[in-house]
Ligand binder design. Structure first.
Ligand SMILES: C[S@@+](CC[C@H](N)C(=O)[O-])C[C@H]1O[C@@H](n2cnc3c(N)ncnc32)[C@H](O)[C@@H]1O
Length: 264
């Protein structure tokens, strides 16, 4: 099972626009005539929970997250959302929900074959489960991350302990067909699609900054001393080669995401 890692709201907030675009696109695909109970699982800084509270003014909206830092940040913006500390893996609501929404969270959690049908079972009839997960496994940024960890760069040796390397050994997100197969028996409507975003990022080394806020976090938290120094040096240099800065100082970072909207 993936162990949770720490989250830094300000690091994560650096790329608000490209990160929020898929979240909004996911919410726009949720069709419900009037949800009463809505939950944002892994709400982070709470933008989407607040958006749902605005979109459905009579709904009771809760945002939960494992990270106290993220929830503290979420609560700094006045809203009528209730914030809760909680782990998706053992979330068990005591009443039926009309919308369960989770953007860019479930790739941190194992055993989707058990989890996703269970989340559907928490929906009232006509309720909607809406999920978005990054498909970054095959992007050079993530391939280079694994390669650097496995080899330590040219002439190097594996970095970190086996448990850390194991964490990066298999993709956290399955294929669209796999999700269709596990969800289809439990729902009345199922819409699954992928979008590849052609992201144009500003600033020096923006891809390193991007992954530092997400996929790189377990590595940065686990490696120490010279191993950490080696990783950062080799990985940053490989990223600069894979994602060169353009003359206008922007960098193109293509990024694919998987979307699932399931209606019970
Ligand atoms: C990439 S952020 C996404 C935040 C928010 N959903 C958004 O779209 O901006 C991932 C969030 O998932 C939370 N998270 C990771 N594992 C979790 C778990 N097992 N249970 C609850 N939250 C979790 C993290 O604390 C973090 O806030």
């Amino acid at each position: 099972m993936n162990e949770p890692c720490g989250w830094d709201p300000s690091q994560y907030a650096q790329f608000d626009a490209p990160r929020l675009r898929p979240a909004i696109e996911l919410l726009n695909r949720v069709v419900h005539p009037g949800p009463a109970i809505v939950h944002d699982l892994g709400t982070g800084r709470g933008e989407m929970a607040r958006a749902m509270a605005d979109r459905w003014p009579s709904a009771e909206v809760t945002g939960s997250d494992l990270s106290p830092e993220m929830l503290t940040e979420a609560a700094t913006v006045p809203s009528r959302v209730s914030w809760e500390i909680g782990d998706v893996r053992n979330w068990q609501p005591d009443r039926g929900h009309d919308v369960i929404y989770s953007n860019a969270v479930l790739h941190w959690v194992d055993d989707h074959a058990e989890l996703l049908p269970r989340l559907v079972s928490y929906l009232n009839p006509g309720g909607v489960l809406a999920i978005q997960m990054p498909l970054s496994w095959h992007e050079p940024s993530h391939q280079l991350m694994r390669a650097t960890l496995a080899t330590g760069g040219p002439g190097g040796s594996p970095l970190g302990d086996p448990a850390l390397r194991q964490r990066y050994e298999r993709p956290p997100v399955e294929s669209p067909g796999w999700y269709h197969t596990i969800l289809e028996p439990h729902v009345t409507e199922l819409d699954i699609w992928e979008t590849r975003y052609f992201q144009i990022l500003d600033g020096p080394e923006p891809v390193y900054e991007w992954v530092s806020g997400t996929a790189l976090r377990p590595i940065l938290e686990s490696l120490q001393g010279s191993e950490l120094g080696r990783f950062v040096e080799v990985y940053r240099s490989a990223l600069q080669e894979a994602y060169p800065s353009r003359p206008d100082e922007t960098t193109i970072y293509p990024f694919a995401r998987l979307f699932i909207v399931a209606t019970r």
